[in-house]
Design a protein around this ligand. Structure first.
Ligand code: ACO
Length: 442
């Protein structure tokens, strides 16, 4: 009869072990009993970049990368993108269920009353150089929030967690918009709580002398859909950073700063910025075959292509591509779309991409939309960080309540020198430059 166990024979010793299998997973710690001798440390699993290691049990987001499925709390991303709003989706992600109208209203109020930031935050942000990257500003400012709300350290208190969740979701757009206005030398625009979450964000970014900013409804909805698509994506690099840093029991602002920092990288949230730079550099559809050749020769990456989890079309990319054309009806066509479509067309026929299962990811088309809407390229990762905050904070709260979680602390395989003794400086020979040295200059 089939048993939910795994039998391992250690060929070094001939011993046999039976290890439980639960949810198609073994516990790495069960390998530790496998030893050559009593003094032996025991077997470990080596998994750089966590390609086959589950770090938690989570109820938030489900992905089937082979089938191109993404669901938040069981709801397909396609349905949420079509029918929901970002704030409603954020409620779903944070609380696990869709709200009724009374709860949605209360949630909206609870978020909007936290859109203002302390005036000293504004002053703090003014200390950055005029050309500071807005993601750099965001990392630091979110971290600085912990000094304004020291009670946030009280992470095991439910009411404190609720309050910090509302504050974080409420304040992210304000900080992001301030960072943008600062880079343009424009005066800050205070939040307008009569507008929607994304409408208010557009107002804080783009309002000039008008007494009341009226967001274009198509652009407001497009941004809302993009926010829904970016709200969570289970254990990605930044969420893993949020959980890992949060596992030290630091306050959620400091953990979110770590998550924003992870998102800043060009292989993660920085990719949409890189996609637009790449498309601008390509410049014309005629150059696409030449670029594909360079990618295949390993000379460059096709930014916005490939994903650690999706080995078929990223379901978010399909929706983003559709939204792009809706936005262009208002803003006019962004010529970069033609280069992107041609890159996708050629790549998806090419064995290099097909055999490696490389498809467009969410970042491939999102930057083109953001550019058409008037966002400078450097704001793109910031536009990712705002909605992902609801995902980060939900994972953080899930981790805080999970009795199985402890401080995250991976093991290593030590491959350095064996023990050696310190030698007086005059007795040392000239050091040989090692290949693992940080630099070959002094
Ligand atoms: N262009 C060209 N080749 C690629 C690309 C790409 N964008 N992505 C992967 N490959 C190739 C690799 O060179 C490798 O080829 P090989 O088997 O001949 O060595 C193979 O495909 C597998 O790639 P890995 O790097 O092993 O895949 P991994 O899962 O580690 O990386 C990642 C995923 C980081 C997203 C990668 O595809 C990439 O760098 N893409 C470009 C950056 C990007 O768009 N990032 C956004 C990701 S989505 C997000 O964060 C929201």
């Amino acid at each position: 009869m089939a048993k939910n166990t795994l039998t391992i024979i250690d060929n070094r010793t001939g011993k046999q072990y039976e290890i439980p299998v639960e949810d198609d997973t073994i516990r790495a710690i069960d390998l530790r009993q496998i030893k050559v001798s009593e003094q032996d440390f025991g077997l470990m699993a080596y998994d750089p970049a966590f390609t086959n290691t589950a770090s938690c049990r989570s109820k938030i987001t489900y992905i089937d990368g082979d089938k191109g499925i993404l669901r938040y709390r069981g709801y397909p991303i396609e349905e949420l993108a079509e029918k929901s709003t970002y704030l409603e989706t954020a409620y779903l992600i944070v609380k696990g269920e869709l709200p009724d109208s009374k709860h949605l209203q209360a949630w909206r109020n609870n978020i909007t009353i936290h859109t203002m930031v302390h005036e000293n935050i504004k002053k703090f942000m003014e200390g950055f150089r005029y050309d500071a990257h807005p993601m750099g500003i965001l990392v630091s400012t979110v971290g600085a929030l912990s000094t304004f709300y020291p009670e946030a350290k009280n992470i095991f208190d439910l009411e404190t967690r609720r309050l910090e969740t509302r504050r974080l979701i409420g304040k992210m757009p304000t900080i992001a918009a301030y960072a943008y206005r600062l880079s343009r030398g424009l005066p800050y625009v205070y939040p307008d709580n009569e507008l929607s979450y994304t409408g208010n964000f557009l107002s804080m970014l783009f309002r000039m002398t008008e007494s009341k900013y009226k967001p274009n409804p198509v652009l407001e909805r497009a941004l809302d859909v993009l926010f829904i698509l970016h709200a969570d994506h289970e254990q990605n690099c930044s969420t893993n950073a949020m959980r890992s840093v949060g596992s030290s029991q630091v306050d959620p602002y400091s953990a979110t700063a770590a998550a924003v920092a992870a998102l800043y990288g060009p292989l993660h949230g920085g990719a949409n910025e890189q996609v637009v730079r790449m498309l601008e550099e390509i410049g014309s559809v005629k150059r696409v075959p030449e670029i594909i050749k360079q990618v295949k020769a390993g000379e460059r990456l096709l930014m916005g292509f490939g994903h650690r989890i999706y080995k078929s079309y990223d379901p978010r990319a399909k929706i983003v591509k559709r939204v792009a054309y809706e936005v262009f009806d208002v803003t006019g066509r962004n010529p970069l779309i033609d280069i992107a479509v041609e890159l996708e067309r050629i790549a998806l026929q090419d064995d290099y991409f097909v055999s490696r299962k490389l498809y467009p990811n969410v970042d491939f088309y999102s930057g083109i939309i953001y550019q058409a809407m008037g966002f400078p390229t450097r704001m793109f990762p910031v536009l990712f960080a705002i909605p992902r905050t609801s995902g980060w904070i939900s994972h953080w709260a899930e981790m805080v309540r999970d009795p199985e979680q402890k401080i995250a602390r991976p093991r290593q395989i030590y491959i350095g020198e064996n023990m050696r003794h310190w030698v007086p400086i005059e007795q040392r020979s000239e050091p040989v430059m090692r290949e693992d040295a940080v630099s070959d200059s002094i």
